[in-house]
Ligand binder design. Structure first.
Ligand code: UD1
Ligand code: CA
Length: 475
């Protein structure tokens, strides 16, 4: 397959999506549709993948450059969308000189896998013919219940003679044909270049149809091989309802694979395609794992959590309705319920971040705890430190952000404000309700609050005064 070049047709606008975004850039399980066809082509073993782009090409080119760095995946521009035949011509114009065969596929069929693509390429060499005469062309077909909109495979005496597009069908017999063209073709590059050069826009849409290479091969008396594929892998995306259906199939496939690999993924969890869940991880219902999120073995992500690019260490517990982004959660750490880890939060092993705690660009050392109601921004918190309820790191002075450093073993009493930049030394103690504005030396007690006064017997007098005022007003 190294000498086989894949050509992915992805220049169309996708009018039926009714979107400013080109169709192949719509996301499915977290990745643009175009990603799947490219990945399947690489998985099939193609040495070179050419993506024909057109509509919204800047977005497609930019994405593919980032997702598939290197020169194995390239793009080529089809200036005007004159049909799949024209798109194939543009793609063929970019194949490398050492390419022997090409595999051409529509860019909007994301459930296809490498195995199926390889089966179409392999069908060119029919092992049942002796001596083995390769077919000029192979393509994938499928028998469907409702063939509306698809190109029909027309046969004579069992031999394929033509693919005719839905709009170009002439008789009821033709319309009744349930074998459709799946849009995946394999052939020798030289044959394809010749066949595509011969295409003419003699059809209802006045486009160049790639499907007409089938009649070209048939008329030349060439052998044509077909490979029957299951309808479930050929579902195309033409509108947003189909996108939702295809996404549901892909989601089910991803979750099944993680379950079989040993993770518990409850019904109703959603995992994007780039996510990893290790054996014995538990992903509860309603959890949404996005981007490059990785959940290590024995960790639990509980109901309703939304994790985007988060690494969850072994045995950690992320309790319900926690939201975390671009962060790390150490092994056996506890997070939530209702915690918010904003980007660059890094929780050490066995750290605890409890309900209504927000962290941002903050590291917590091993076993450090912030169990309730706190804002911890731009902080460095040492091992075993304890941050009391209601603590605020005042990291922003309206102009710049400043760092709060809390060394190991520090105890911060509840309802304290720590005004950055400031350092609280090792094992120091900050009394409840203190506003810390200066560094605290190691092992010191920082206390900053007005002294309490008790006025004996004052409460009844106060109540009487308030009552008199109320009565006077109500008169
Ligand atoms: C095509 C086939 C049809 C088949 C169906 C399977 C043709 C003429 N018809 O129809 O037989 O049953 O796929 O799904 O090929 N594209 C370009 N440039 C263009 C036109 C299209 O790159 O000028 C790309 C599109 O972005 C898309 C793919 O080619 O990814 C298929 O085009 P689309 O218009 O969706 O073809 P279908 O009508 O689905
Ligand atoms: Ca299509």
């Amino acid at each position: 397959m190294q000498t086989t070049t894949a050509i992915l047709l992805a220049a169309g606008q996708g009018t039926r999506m009714k979107s400013a975004l080109p169709k192949v850039m719509h996301r499915m399980c977290g990745l643009p549709i175009v990603h799947f066809g490219v990945q399947a082509s690489l998985d099939a073993g193609c040495g070179d993948v050419i993506v024909v782009v057109g509509h919204g090409r800047e977005l497609v080119v930019d994405y593919l450059g980032r997702a598939f760095p290197g020169d194995r995946v390239r793009t080529v521009v089809q200036e005007r969308q004159r049909g799949t035949g024209d798109a194939a011509r543009v793609g063929l114009g970019a194949v490398r000189r050492d390419a022997v065969r090409a595999l051409i596929l529509n860019g909007d069929v994301p459930l296809l896998r490498g195995d199926e693509l390889r089966a179409v390429a392999d069908a060119l060499d029919d092992p049942n013919t002796r001596p083995s005469t390769p077919s000029a062309l192979a393509f994938a077909t499928c028998v469907v219940g409702d063939a509306t909109g698809y190109g029909r495979v027309l046969r004579k005496g069992g031999r394929v003679v033509e693919i005719r597009e839905h709009r170009d069908l002439r008789t009821d017999d033709e319309r009744a044909v349930s074998e459709i063209n799946a849009g995946i073709y394999a052939a020798n590059v030289t044959f394809l270049i010749e066949a595509v050069a011969a295409l003419a826009p003699n059809n209802a849409q006045e486009e160049l149809y790639l499907t007409d290479v089938v009649a070209f091969a048939s008329n030349a008396g060439e052998r044509i091989a077909t490979v029957a594929l299951g309808a479930e892998v050929l579902a195309g995306v033409n509108d947003r309802d189909q996108l939702a259906q295809v996404e549901a199939s892909m989601q089910a496939r991803l979750i099944r694979a993680w379950r079989v690999a040993g993770a518990t993924v409850r019904e109703g969890a959603r995992l994007e395609a780039g996510v990893i869940v290790e054996p014995d991880a538990i992903i509860e219902s309603g959890a949404v794992l996005r981007g490059s999120t990785h959940v290590e073995g024995g960790a639990t992500v509980d109901v309703g959590c939304v994790l985007t690019n988060v690494h969850v260490g072994a045995g950690a517990i992320v309790k319900p309705y926690s939201v975390a982004t671009d962060s790390r959660i150490g092994a056996r750490a506890h997070v939530g319920p209702f915690a918010h880890l904003r980007p660059e939060s890094d929780l050490g092993e066995e750290a605890h971040v409890g309900n209504f705690v927000e962290t941002k660009k903050t590291t917590l050392g091993r076993g450090a705890k912030a169990n309730h109601l706190a804002y911890l921004g731009d902080g460095i918190i040492g091992d075993g430190a304890n941050i009391g309820a209601g603590t605020i790191f005042c990291n922003y002075d309206g102009a710049g952000k400043h760092t709060t450093t809390i060394e190991a073993g520090v105890f911060i009493g509840s309802d304290s404000q720590i005004v950055a930049p400031v350092t609280i030394g090792r094992d120091a103690y900050v009394a409840t309700g203190t506003t810390v504005t200066r560094d605290v030396p190691p092992e010191a007690l920082a206390i900053g609050r007005t002294a309490q006064q008790n006025k004996e017997g004052y409460a009844p007098r106060l109540r009487a005064r308030f009552k008199a005022a109320r009565d006077a007003k109500n008169k």
